[in-house]
Design a protein around this ligand. Structure first.
Ligand SMILES: C[S@@+](CC[C@H](N)C(=O)[O-])C[C@H]1O[C@@H](n2cnc3c(N)ncnc32)[C@H](O)[C@@H]1O
Length: 248
């Protein structure tokens, strides 16, 4: 599928369904039913740090970093309506952020060797060019800067749950783009990448992986009553993953 077409369809999706995603996938959450930043403490101390979020959406994760003492907040997103929401939300909370409207795959004037942290919460998987996006992210970071991102685990996309059994419905190896039904009867274009694809792209872009997390939230793991199918699934496999990598 052609990358321009993918951008066109997905940009339209994010511009028309903006309010539905207001604060939905944001720190301290890394993903639904997943271990949180409060549990994992992957960022450690961000006081005085310069941070850039890729696919910053409504700005809720940027506010979280501001609340933890970050010195500079930068956000990139290809949806102008998401950025309008982010600008308003951050202003209401007395934060200013440098917000840039661009696809993450493109050159957009973000300074090089500048950031202590680049991070992304449920946005990286939308890229049409993972290797090039990671190379760009590496260029924004200072040496030893940290890149943290969460995304849907490929097993979650391949496996469904029926009673107590997990069923493989599609191939783990299939990285082709497909039409993804989205909440609100819309669709977007998406692909599911293997874990090794992320690892190899990080390594090629000059990162060393410090941690990979595949951890359902402890409350969910220990839950035995009122267990929905999604909770049952999250008790058997990770729905999301998080990578923490350092620029060499
Ligand atoms: C699930 S939202 C992330 C929300 C964000 N973590 C927050 O705190 O609100 C995913 C975001 O990725 C953006 N996005 C999708 N494809 C993109 C691309 N190729 N380049 C830049 N942003 C993209 C969407 O516009 C959307 O705002």
């Amino acid at each position: 599928m052609n990358n321009e077409k993918i951008h066109e369809v997905n940009k339209d999706y994010w511009n028309t369904n903006t309010d539905q995603w207001f604060g939905v996938t944001a720190l301290p959450q890394y993903g639904t039913l997943f271990a949180t930043e409060e549990e994992l403490n992957l960022f450690g101390n961000v006081k005085g740090a310069k941070l850039l979020e890729i696919g910053c959406g409504s700005g809720h994760s940027l506010k979280y970093q501001g609340d933890h003492g970050a010195a500079e907040l930068w956000g990139l997103d290809m949806s102008s309506s998401q950025l309008e929401n982010a600008k308003k939300y951050l202003r209401e909370n007395n934060y200013t952020a440098k917000l840039i409207c661009s696809p993450m795959e493109e050159e957009c004037g973000i300074p090089k060797d500048y950031f202590d942290f680049v991070y992304s919460i449920y946005a990286i998987g939308w890229t049409t060019d993972l290797e090039n996006t990671f190379v760009k992210i590496a260029s924004y970071l200072k040496k030893d800067g940290i890149f943290i991102f969460s995304w849907q685990h490929p097993l979650h996309s391949c496996v469904s749950i029926d009673e107590d059994k997990l069923l493989f419905g599609r191939s783990y190896f299939d990285e082709a783009w497909f039409t993804q039904p989205m909440p609100g009867e819309s669709t977007a274009l998406l692909c599911s990448r293997k874990v090794s694809t992320y690892i190899n792209a990080l390594s090629k872009a000059g990162f060393v992986i410090e941690q990979m997390v595949e951890q359902t939230h402890s409350d969910i793991l220990n839950k035995i009553e009122e267990v929905s199918r999604k909770i049952k699934k999250a008790q058997m496999l990770p729905l999301s993953f998080v990578f923490k990598a350092r620029k060499l």
